[in-house]
Design a binder for this molecule. Structure first.
Ligand code: RB5
Length: 157
């Protein structure tokens, strides 16, 4: 398994923790940065990780910013990405089992290292259940394919 990792300055320390955890478990990691606590813009890292996952150069992505919100908003703009911010193990599990999430977003200012380790483990060990959930995930992806202009026309009708 290969994981693409990314963080902004707020998520840097937690990202380093997660990198050590994954490496200790023999998981291949591609660290897209950032590499210090110097202020940077989270969309740059969300895009890099999102594109790596969308191109199937990594199995999953993990993104860390202060809240996880900006990373999830940004990563979800990359076609093919289903990014989920999770604060609880249940959310991390369901994001995989029901939503087939391919990127996990964490907030370093709301999630400590011990909880982050649990969230990462739960996310990576959980399989997508498909079945009825496949139809719903297909509908998510059809929204993406349809495009925002097309969608707006339908809403205005
Ligand atoms: C940086 O201060 C902070 O805005 C960022 O890490 C993130 O929380 C945004 O969603």
């Amino acid at each position: 398994m290969k994981i693409a990792l990314g963080a902004d300055h707020a998520g840097f320390e937690l990202k380093e923790n997660i990198k050590r955890l994954l490496a200790a478990e023999g998981v291949q990691v591609d660290d897209q940065g950032t590499h210090s606590t110097e202020s940077v813009d989270y969309p740059d890292f969300a895009r890099a990780v999102g594109e790596e996952v969308a191109r199937r150069q990594a199995d999953f992505g993990i993104l860390v910013c202060g809240t996880g919100v900006g990373m999830s908003m940004s990563a979800n703009k990359v076609p093919g990405i289903r990014a989920a911010k999770a604060d609880t193990e249940y959310e991390a599990e369901m994001a995989r089992a029901h939503n087939d999430a391919n990127v996990l977003c964490l907030g370093a200012r709301v999630t400590d290292a011990a909880m982050a380790a649990k969230l990462v483990r739960k996310f990576l060990e959980t399989r997508f259940e498909a079945g009825r959930h496949q139809r719903r995930v297909d509908k998510i992806m059809s929204i993406e394919r349809q495009g925002i202009d097309d969608l707006r026309l339908k809403v205005d009708d």
